[in-house]
Design a protein around this ligand. Structure first.
Ligand code: ZN
Length: 381
């Protein structure tokens, strides 16, 4: 299902093709996130025009609203939201452990209260796979336990044990036609746990592997370490997916470390508070510096927002709360991630990835938070 077309010689970057029931996905790829069956503010026509190959949907949220009966009657998620290309669905494990009020972790899943209305619910391997079967996603994720970054060693070990056991249960559930299932490696920042979890999942022969337990509040250097601890144990002939990451520079760093698939709410989330992401870092467009700035958001960008509107106009819209500004920033930000991945694929194909990567990182100004985390890590050494 995954074809490795080319491996970079000086980094671990890979060029690949992921064949799914709804078409072929060229990797490395960025998946815009449609948590509630919508990539926030964007319609499918816009996503197509930007070159979106695959989007992500979420079992936890869609199971709560609109609920399985509606999704079943609609004929699955593709038809419900009128999206014909591939969809990957998250199992809900991450949301149960981060959003919901957990009542009890049981051998076959978790008793919790809905974050919406407090209703008692149960989600485990069987339920998560049933939801994803009804959604009819091309790639389903196993139900895992994703502990927070600060979780003590004992909790990390229990999470890995449950994740392995639940992965086996997920593997045995019926699937939608042509549906692939990816395992999720947990283990926090513990190298032995990461290896143990990866080896156990690889022995179950999943269609692909995700690295979970990243983007859970850890500083950036810890996140890179978690990827480096896991990647060597994943088979070269299967797709690798880093869940919930990241900034453009982080994506480049992870591609160089052998990751193929990414999803992140960042481009749409920050767009809604007026932030534009560019190849040189992000900036808030609401500032007075852009009041009479009649340049596009990013010079050279061929997205709809940059080819039609100026920073001054979009800043005005933001300051008078016009929805168009949020839509245009979402278009620009998502387009940036998709175009960046297309450029990365071309660079790997041409044997130029190492240069592309070096130049991109040299030009990218990270956020203050990332810089502070790097400084703290340097001081520890
Ligand atoms: Zn643009």
């Amino acid at each position: 299902m995954f074809e490795l077309l080319k491996s970079d010689t000086s980094t671990k970057a890979r060029l690949g093709k992921l064949n799914t029931a709804h078409g072929v996905v060229d990797t490395p790829v960025f998946m815009p996130v449609g948590t509630q069956a919508s990539v926030k503010t964007l319609d499918p026509r816009e996503l197509h025009e930007m070159g979106t190959q695959i989007i992500l949907g979420n079992s936890y949220h869609l199971n709560i609203r609109p609920g399985l009966d509606i999704l079943r009657a609609a004929g699955g998620l593709h038809r419900f939201m009128n999206w014909e290309k591939p969809i990957l669905t998250d199992s809900g494990g991450y949301q149960v452990f981060s959003l919901a009020k957990i009542r009890k972790i049981k051998p076959h899943g978790v008793e919790f209260n809905s974050h919406v209305d407090g209703a008692p619910l149960f989600l485990g391997p069987k339920e998560a796979m049933e939801i994803q079967r009804v959604l009819g996603s091309d790639i389903a994720m196993v139900f895992d336990e994703c502990p927070p970054y600060e979780a003590p060693a004992r909790e990390q070990r229990h999470a890995v044990e449950r994740t392995i056991r639940w992965a086996r249960e997920c593997r045995e559930q019926p699937r939608a036609e042509g549906q692939q299932v990816f395992g999720i490696v947990q283990g926090g920042s513990n190298a032995a746990l990461r290896e143990e979890c990866a080896r156990a999942l690889v022995a179950m022969d999943f269609d692909g592997y995700a690295i979970g337990g990243v983007s859970v509040g850890e500083p950036e250097p810890e996140m890179f370490k978690a990827i480096e601890m896991t990647e060597p144990f994943l088979p070269a002939n299967k797709a690798r997916y880093a869940m919930g990451l990241g900034t453009p520079a982080q994506l480049l760093e992870l591609i160089a470390r052998g990751v193929d698939l990414f999803d992140c709410v960042l481009p749409t989330r920050v767009a809604r508070n007026g932030t534009a992401i560019t190849r040189r870092g992000a900036f808030g467009l609401k500032g007075s510096a852009y009041k009479a700035d009649f340049r596009p958001i990013e010079a050279g960008c061929d997205c709809f927002a940059c080819t039609h509107f100026t920073r001054a106009y979009l800043r005005h819209l933001l300051n008078v709360n016009e929805i168009l500004a949020l839509r245009m920033l979402s278009i620009h930000n998502v387009h940036l991630f998709l175009k960046l991945m297309a450029d990365v694929r071309a660079a790997i194909a041409a044997g130029m990835f190492a240069d592309f990567y070096r130049e991109f990182i040299a030009n990218y100004v990270p956020s203050k938070k990332v810089l502070a985390a790097r400084k703290a890590a340097d001081n520890e050494r």
